[in-house]
Design a protein around this ligand. Structure first.
Ligand code: B12
Length: 489
């Protein structure tokens, strides 16, 4: 059978496709675990944002798939529906399977409404084994009801098989990178790839969807598998590797050993990006040294907020002192920090938002990953915010990506929140400020910024602001960004 697997093109402003185009690990992994008699093709649609539908049409013509698999986060679900409708309009007999976060969290709501109109199957939870079994059932080599984790159409309604137990990561084959049909994956001008060394997280943050995918579990891959995966990625031309692990510092001793193993395997010529918790990094000064030696250049650090009250609301515990230590350890080793920040909590006033940006500025955080609290489906935070009557957008999920305000606080409307986030982002822009670690990592980029780019954007912003109020400039920016995921036909 011929199979086309697609990840969605939607992005958020912070991860503009101009600078960040990552291959999707989920579809690469599913491709690596399909039976060898099938042909599989991988289409990361973020590479075709400007020619979306013509590119999909050409891929369908070129590869003649009988099955198409779509991967979607909650904010990408609307696009997945449009693409499914488009594919069915081209060839009504092509079967379409939906997988990933939104499908797993919302399969009952999707299948009991017309949202499922163009989907034939929903793969819930981890997909490697379920999708493989689905292909066997299509070829009558397996009974439909014997496939855990699958929801399938029968007599015009959906039947839901029991959930699939978590997979054994050692039996999952490595991702297929050679099946990617397009080129152009990059970060900071260099080729980017993704690998995973673990799945799951045992922490209890109530704004996160992870617990609903894997429960509070943490499974790890063997170092042998990880090193083989790095070798494959390197052979495919990758220079930057982003680890898909939610929290690679859950087991600090293991992470320290992994850094050493990367050096021993001579994979420290790659540059790595990881996600980590402040508690993990702060727990061992030696860890950041080992990370730097292994080639880890950027850490998405889950700072989230600097107010004790808000950290408590998010079930993160009072980690502020650990946050300060983690920042110190990483910066002492010239590791860049993308600071995760979540604002817009129930008691938040303007000063509470300002407090976070001021802390990030003083701490010389290198890149800001600020998000407005988002009531993601089936999360504890959503239940709390709905009960408090603070959710202002409960159903337009296309706005559920941390950039748009879908909530208000007791003191700020969602428009206020959107404006304040924009205002402080402008005020503390990391583009117009050089942090010592950014300069150490990108001396040439910093020079270009100083000599050319900053003067150019200062003049451009000045011209843009002539005769306009701050709010008018803000509104214009929001109007432009609201169109960023409206794809050309
Ligand atoms: C790496 C990562 C990122 C990276 C890179 C993403 C990229 N490709 O560009 C970065 C940091 C850029 C990022 C950004 C964001 N992310 Co993110 N990200 C992750 C993370 C940690 C790993 C994703 C991954 O590759 N996992 C490994 C693969 C193997 O697992 P998987 O994706 O779950 O796939 C399995 C199953 O879901 C299923 N499956 C998945 N797709 C499909 C498709 C088919 C056809 C089938 C059959 C099965 C199937 O089978 C797969 C194999 O078992 C996840 C959490 C997690 N651990 O998964 C969050 C996560 C997906 N991100 C999330 C969010 C919200 C975002 C942002 C919107 C937030 C923000 N503003 O920063 C942005 C959006 C970025 C964008 N696209 O513009 C949320 C999504 C929640 C939701 N309800 O949609 C998650 C779940 C985190 C969370 N804590 O809640 N992200």
């Amino acid at each position: 059978m011929k199979i086309l697997l697609c990840s969605m093109p939607d992005t958020v402003p912070q991860f503009s496709s101009k600078t960040w185009r990552a291959p999707n690990l989920a579809i690469s992994s599913i491709a690596g675990n399909i039976q060898p008699q099938h042909e599989v093709f991988l289409a990361d649609l973020v590479l075709k944002r400007d020619t979306l539908l013509p590119s999909i049409k050409k891929a369908i013509e070129d590869y003649q798939p009988r099955m198409v698999g779509l991967r979607a986060m909650t904010f990408q679900f609307n696009t997945a529906r449009k693409i499914a409708a488009f594919i069915k309009s081209l060839h009504g007999d092509i079967k379409i399977a939906l997988g990933g976060y939104h499908a797993t969290l919302m399969y009952e709501e999707i299948t009991s409404s017309d949202e499922s109109k163009h989907f034939d199957y929903i793969v819930r939870g981890e997909g490697e084994e379920t999708f493989r079994d689905l292909l066997d059932a299509i070829e009558s080599k397996k009974e439909w009801e014997d496939i855990p984790g699958l929801s399938y159409r029968s007599n015009n309604c959906f039947l839901h098989n029991p959930p699939r137990p978590l997979e054994n990561l050692e039996t999952i084959k490595l991702p297929r990178r050679d099946a990617r049909i397009w080129k152009g994956y990059l970060f900071s001008g260099k080729s980017l790839d993704m690998i995973e060394t673990s799945r799951g997280c045992t922490m209890t943050c109530n704004f996160c969807s992870m617990n609903r995918m894997y429960g509070r579990t943490f499974r790890t891959c063997s170092f042998e598998r990880i090193m083989q995966d790095l070798t494959n990625a390197k052979e495919s031309g990758a220079k930057y590797i982003a680890f898909a692990d939610d929290n690679i510092t859950l087991n600090v001793k293991r992470f320290e050993s992994l850094c050493d193993a990367i050096v021993t395997a001579r994979h420290n010529d790659l540059r790595y990006i990881v996600q980590a918790s402040t508690t993990g990094i702060a727990s061992s000064p030696a860890l950041a040294q080992k990370m730097a030696r292994a080639g880890i250049r950027i850490v998405f650090l889950g700072i989230e907020n600097v107010s004790e009250r808000n950290l408590k609301i998010m079930n993160k515990g009072n980690v502020l002192e650990k946050t300060k230590r983690a920042i110190e350890y990483l910066h002492n080793n010239n590791i860049l920090i993308v600071g995760g920040m979540i604002i817009g909590h129930a008691e938040d006033k303007e000063e509470d938002i300002a407090q976070n940006f001021e802390f990030f500025d003083k701490a010389n955080i290198d890149f800001y990953g600020e998000q407005i609290i988002t009531p993601y489906p089936k999360t504890g935070m959503r239940d709390i915010l709905i009960k408090q009557g603070l959710v202002t957008n409960a159903s337009d999920y296309s706005k559920y990506n941390g950039f748009w305000a879908n909530v208000r606080t007791k003191y700020l409307s969602s428009e206020d929140l959107q404006f304040l986030r924009w205002k402080y982002r402008q005020k503390y822009s990391t583009f117009f400020k050089t942090t010592p670690v950014f300069k150490a990592n990108f001396p040439f980029v910093d020079l270009i910024r100083k000599l050319i780019l900053r003067p150019y954007y200062r003049i451009k912003n000045l011209i843009k602001s002539i005769g306009k109020t701050e709010h008018e400039i803000f509104k214009k920016d929001m109007k432009r960004l609201a169109k960023m995921n409206n794809f050309s036909t």
